[in-house]
Design a protein. Sequence first.
Lengths: 414, 264
Amino acid sequence: MKRFVFLFVVLSLILAACASPAQSASEFDINNWDSVLAAAKGQTVNWYIWGGSDSINTFVDNFYGAALKEQYDITLNRVPLADTADAVNQVLSEKQAGKEIGAVDLIWINGENFFTLKQADMLHKDWAQQLPNSQYVNWDNPAINLDFGRPVDNMESPWSSAQFQFIYDSARTNEDELPRSYNELKDWACAHPGRFTYIAPGPGGFLGTRFAKGALYEISGGAEQWLSFDQALWDQWSPELWNYFNELEPCLWRNGETYPKDESELVNLFSNNEVDLSMTNDITGAGRWITDGRMPETARAFVFDNYMIGDFNYVAIPLNAPNKAAALVLANLLLDPKLQAAQILPANGFGLGYAIDVNRVTDTTALAALQESASTLGDAATPASELAKSLVGDSAAEYQNLLEQGWQENVLQK
Amino acid sequence: MKQGFTYLFRFLLYLILIAPLLLFAAYAFSTRWFFPQPFPIEWTVGTFQRVVHDSQTLSSMVQGVGIAFLVSVLSLLLALPAARVLGLRKFRGRQLAWLLIFIPSIVPPLAVGMGLNILFLRIGLAGTITGVVLAHIIPTLPYTIFTLSSAFARFDENYEFQALALGASPLQIFLKVTLRMITPSLVVAALFAFLISWSQYLLTLLIGGGQIITLPILLFSAASGGNPATIAALSLLFVAPPVLVLAFTARSLNQHGNEIREQY
């Protein structure tokens, strides 16, 4: 008797699960945007996005969530992730299980995860340049058509831009005492022993990798030569790079015995007055960290005179996305000039820069808004002119592993 | 004098137990609390308000409680027959049965979860409440079976025989004799199952695939950003249901303890 009751319960649960609503698979043609909008109407877009920043979460809900609902009758389901790789694993598991309709519609993706999905042939193809707002994107710029040194191939669409910067506390450190090159940084660190450290280059520590790449650029005297891979060039300069870091090491926080593993750890050290410099990728500098209550209100961003690496970040649609039309509408919305103007305002909490080229915007109100936003980045940001002057592109993808592994072997374990 | 020490000891014990919660509260209701400030200077309810008003927080809690409740019930249903046999009977292969039952608590959940995810994706259970509930039963079963079997080890079947001799039906015997005698263990086992399911991150993430959001999913994603105020606010919400359940069951357990004592 009991056994039957139990079986009945389990069976009915399973049946209930099987009866979950079928996904709407209405047809659309990417070249006919109205058909995309019609297909997307009423859909829910499942956006898998790193959820570690409250201000970014709030921005996404308030700006894109509201706009999607009002303008397109699309519901935004923001799925917060602890690590973007979780979304990639989900898609790869679905592939392994042969599921043609998956769970993920859109992923805020970085170069490594993009490459993983591209290799697995699990990305929706031929769409990014067909988006109406793609007209504002400068696809001729290698910083945009290459992600992480690898061709974007129309499989992902940019959302925003970032540039490596340092952060200091103006209540603690005078601006004119700040180092303005890697060479000066070494002297500065040794003049203030224990007051500087950097994020360990490696997975999760992409800011540390970026910091180390900048050092490589300065030591080798140029950024352009690193755009394409050349083993001989690496063999020539990498010993000098390790040399630089090993000379820096005794002057670091805890004598370089250990390094913060990600941005959050470095921010904690900085805000708790253990070190004097932090790092960021945000165009608004320390703005988002101040909004989030993670840094003192006197925190300010600054750059070296050169070799501050900048890049773009993207969204991608998995091949088996259940609501592709809605995902396309959202990817297009991300490039909307009005929302681009909103995303860099420090008060809105997102803090990253434009993905679009302001010069391509012809609408005068939108252009005015973009220019207005760009000039109100707040006190905590680096002035736009200094950012532009020090901007360099990222290196070829092959150097990433060489640098991260080499740093482990030649600096950390030495 | 001796009583004074007892009170002091008791006070210290309470302090140790409540200190982490106080620390969470201090973090959740303050901002910019940096070294070397011994106490927060900027107090705010902003973070807590935002966390509570976030529609995802409430729905994740409701979903998590619902899942944990279903898991408790199903886990008890599965554990009861197994525990009865394991607790009351001696048979060949009993040790082996115990080993099999404990395997889920030894095998890393990642290994179980990855394999289960592919299987559940194939049969359409991934991303559903049913799938997550079934997955949660795996780590809870060892605890529910173990707790119930110890109750059955102390169980005297003669009470059931007596009821049978007095003309009770099997259902009556089960409800009025068996169930009543093992109720305290049943409550403890249900509590275990609830707590394990409620705090499950990995299996929910893998099987739920982002479609089932429970509080641990939000908590881990917040922790990856490292904002102490948000993490603390979510943690306070995270401990609330277990504490409430515990407080509630502690009372019922106490009552039962008294009843049992009265019987003797």
